[in-house]
Design a protein around this ligand. Structure first.
Ligand SMILES: Cc1cc2nc3c(=O)[nH]c(=O)nc-3n(C[C@H](O)[C@H](O)[C@H](O)COP(=O)(O)OP(=O)(O)OC[C@H]3O[C@@H](n4cnc5c(N)ncnc54)[C@H](O)[C@@H]3O)c2cc1C
Ligand code: FES
Length: 338
């Protein structure tokens, strides 16, 4: 079990403090083996309470400096206690744990994030670009303020196409991330490979900002908006399919094998389900990073099990901490939670 005591190099607010997001940089042995999509199981306090560790994804890896970065939102007792920890202190950490995302050898990598589901995807974007993949981000959040606080500037610096949405319409499309994703699939029904140069012409963050600044709308409940986004997505795609007179497979005309396109998805469960079902139906390789409450984090307590099915439809249980948190989207049985 990889137990280590990482030194806190820096720890503070990420973006606007009102958003409750924090950035924690740790130096120690975790960086040597960390992979995008893996997580650290952090003992947040030296006190007995809270007793259980909290799982937090590895957001960035700097092997040369022996540093990993963790980004988190203060939610409850665990993250509140973690937020009190100071630079120079040592943090008791298990990890890196879990399997992480797989990195395709070639082709395109679409990252699809909802809210703070963006955090584990940055390290993956960096690894994908280093490998020469065409990387594209679809990201939906609550508001422009949230996206900017959660690292939009850093993503813009990667100079990859960004497709943004906000629930309140203050930046990018209005609604969940499924809105720009559905729109993009519809726009590119002749095949994303064909428009891979258009990738470079894709909407930049600046254009999205400008679009966002022209829109304003009252806030909506995330769940409702997400549902609306999913419905819109289904409608969009249905429109594409019927317009073509055949199933277009989101860019792959019927009968053609899918191109080298992989999706890495992280965010709220409903959003991941909608996105995964869409990508899987079109033959793309889809990986989702699942979130379950965790106790031990190392496969001993069975507290984090999810249901999966194999190619013949046989169901079985898998541990998110050990077998995941990343699973092939086609394997996850979404309607079973216990
Ligand atoms: C593999 C993995 C990676 C994660 N990576 C990150 C990350 O990079 N950044 C980040 O901010 N968060 C991440 N999380 C979620 C994070 O672990 C929880 O938000 C955190 O444990 C909350 O702890 P807390 O003590 O502050 O909240 P608690 O007091 O324990 O709970 C506060 C509220 O959040 C809910 N909650 C807590 N944990 C979860 C969970 N895992 N899933 C759904 N609801 C939950 C509770 O039901 C409660 O309503 C990750 C979770 C997993 C499983
Ligand atoms: S958290 Fe104990 S088995 Fe996964």
């Amino acid at each position: 079990m990889p137990l280590c005591y990482e030194e806190i190099v820096s720890h503070g607010s990420l973006g606007d403090p009102a958003e409750g997001l924090r950035r924690l940089v740790l130096r120690g042995s975790a960086a040597a083996t960390a992979r995008p999509g893996q997580f650290l199981h952090v003992r947040v306090s030296d006190r007995l309470e809270p007793l259980l560790r909290r799982p937090l994804s590895i957001a960035a890896i700097d092997r040369a400096r022996e540093e990993v970065t963790v980004l988190y939102r203060v939610r409850g007792r665990g993250t509140e206690a973690l937020a009190q920890r100071q630079p120079g202190e040592r943090l008791d950490v298990l990890g890196p744990l879990g399997n992480g995302f797989s990195l395709p050898e070639k082709g395109e990598l679409w990252l699809v994030a909802g809210g703070i589901g963006i955090f584990p995807l940055y390290a993956l974007a960096q690894a994908g670009l280093a490998r020469g993949l065409e990387v594209r981000l679809f990201w939906g959040g609550e508001s422009r303020g949230f996206l900017e606080s959660a690292g939009l500037g850093q993503w813009s610096d990667l100079r990859i196409p960004l497709h943004l949405s906000t629930m309140d319409g203050s930046l990018g499309d209005k609604g969940a991330v499924t809105v720009p994703l559905g729109g993009y699939l519809k726009l590119n029904q002749t095949g994303p490979a064909k428009e891979s140069q258009a990738a470079r012409r894709g909407r930049s963050a600046e254009e999205a900002r400008a679009a966002g600044s022209r829109r304003s709308a009252p806030g909506v409940e995330a769940t409702e908006a997400e549902a609306a986004g999913v419905e819109a997505l289904e409608a969009e795609v249905a429109g594409v399919e019927s317009a073509g007179g055949k199933r277009s497979a989101g860019g792959c005309p019927a009968g053609q094998p899918p191109r080298d396109l992989s999706w890495a998805v992280c965010g709220p469960r409903g959003m991941m389900q909608a996105v995964a079902e869409l990508g899987v139906a079109r033959g793309f390789r889809v990986e989702v990073s699942l979130e379950e409450r965790m106790a031990c984090g190392v496969g001993a307590c069975l507290g984090c099990c999810v249901t999966v099915r194999d190619e013949r439809g046989r169901r079985s249980k898998r541990k998110v901490c050990q077998d995941g948190p990343v699973f092939p989207g086609r394997e996850v049985v979404w309607d079973v939670t216990e």
